[in-house]
Design a protein around this ligand. Structure first.
Ligand code: SF4
Length: 326
């Protein structure tokens, strides 16, 4: 199987008030089991943009207010507009960031929120008239447009979480094993070991990426890596759908169908039904196939990251049942 030593350590931007600092406007902190669970496996780049622009704790809260020029970040009590300071901070933060693989931002925050932030008609008791990203969260999404960015609320959902983990660790492997160690051999190896992952997201794109790696067009390595990255991140952008995962798993199942007894086969297909119905996480099925890979020594499948896309300590079956629509 993929050895634990082979796992890379992704760099992940994190809103600092999630688990790490009492920096919310009221001195509060937000708990997130996902952020805690991820801690040993990633390098967090922690940031509280409101503290960074000089606001202390406690502070009067900010809100987004709709204006002709777009939403503005306003402190209700003082009517002070912090939009430009926040934008300047975000630009500088992105400039000095270095290699990064994704972000987990605080949902619904007028600064850090990714898409679900209330936009008010005014800075008084006015109604909500729109929703959108926070000022810092929006800048991060624009600056890192092809990377996985989620809020801690959505990550309570197991399907979104599995997808986030898979994408995060895959783009980190690409950054560290290909972009920062460029060579055709490394790209070919990366492509070969991610075929099942790519197949689970977009079969057509997998074929296109295969042609790119074959390089019949005689492109320079730098251009191939750039084009490959675009396809990789675009391909991983949409959540992989259950039917596509079932397709991959049934394909893998074919390697073992002669060796398994009827009970084992039935258990597999029962889990497939549960997974399709949203009652079981993908990781349960992957663990099952992984145990067969070990048991029967299937070398081709052993090398596929699909069967261990991220460290095993991140796989769990719990789900709040919330977070899908945030
Ligand atoms: S949501 Fe962002 S700005 Fe607000 S306290 Fe958390 S890290 Fe700071």
């Amino acid at each position: 199987m993929v050895s634990v030593d082979e796992f890379v350590t992704p760099r992940v931007i994190l809103s600092k008030c999630i688990e790490f600092d009492n920096c919310r406007y009221n001195g509060g902190i937000v708990s997130s089991r996902v952020v805690k669970t991820l801690e040993p496996y990633v390098d967090y780049v922690m940031v509280c943009p409101e503290m960074e622009i000089g606001l202390g704790v406690p502070r009067d809260s900010l809100r987004l207010v709709k204006m002709d020029s777009g939403p503005r970040l306003i402190q209700s009590k003082t009517s002070r507009d912090y939009t430009e300071e926040m934008k300047d901070f975000a630009d500088g933060f992105l400039d000095g960031l270095g290699g990064v693989d994704g972000a987990i931002l605080k949902n619904r925050s007028p600064s850090c929120g990714t898409k679900d932030v209330r936009v008010y008609a005014d800075d008084d008791n006015s109604p909500v008239v729109d929703k959108g990203p926070g000022v810092f969260g929006g800048a991060i999404q624009e600056g890192l447009e092809d990377l996985p960015i989620e809020n801690e609320g959505r990550l309570r959902n197991h399907r979104l979480r599995e997808n986030f983990y898979t994408t995060l660790f895959t783009v980190a492997r690409f950054r560290l094993h290909v972009e920062e160690a460029p060579g055709m051999e490394n790209l070919i190896k990366f492509h070969a070991r991610h075929k099942y992952i790519l197949l689970s997201y977009d079969q057509e794109r997998l074929r296109k990426m295969g042609r790119l790696v074959a390089n019949n067009a005689g492109r320079e390595l730098e251009e191939i890596i750039e084009l490959y990255r675009k396809d990789l991140t675009a391909g991983l952008e949409e959540e992989s759908r259950p039917n596509q995962n079932v397709n991959v798993l049934e394909h893998a199942f074919g390697y073992f169908s002669d060796d398994l007894n009827d009970d084992e086969k039935q258990l597999f297909f029962d889990y497939v039904d549960d997974y399709r119905a949203g009652k079981a996480p993908l990781s349960t099925l992957i663990s099952m196939v992984r145990s067969w890979i070990r048991r029967f020594g299937q070398e081709y499948l052993r090398d596929q990251y699909y069967f261990q896309p991220y460290p095993g300590g991140l796989a769990d079956i719990s789900d709040s049942g919330k977070g899908v629509d945030l």
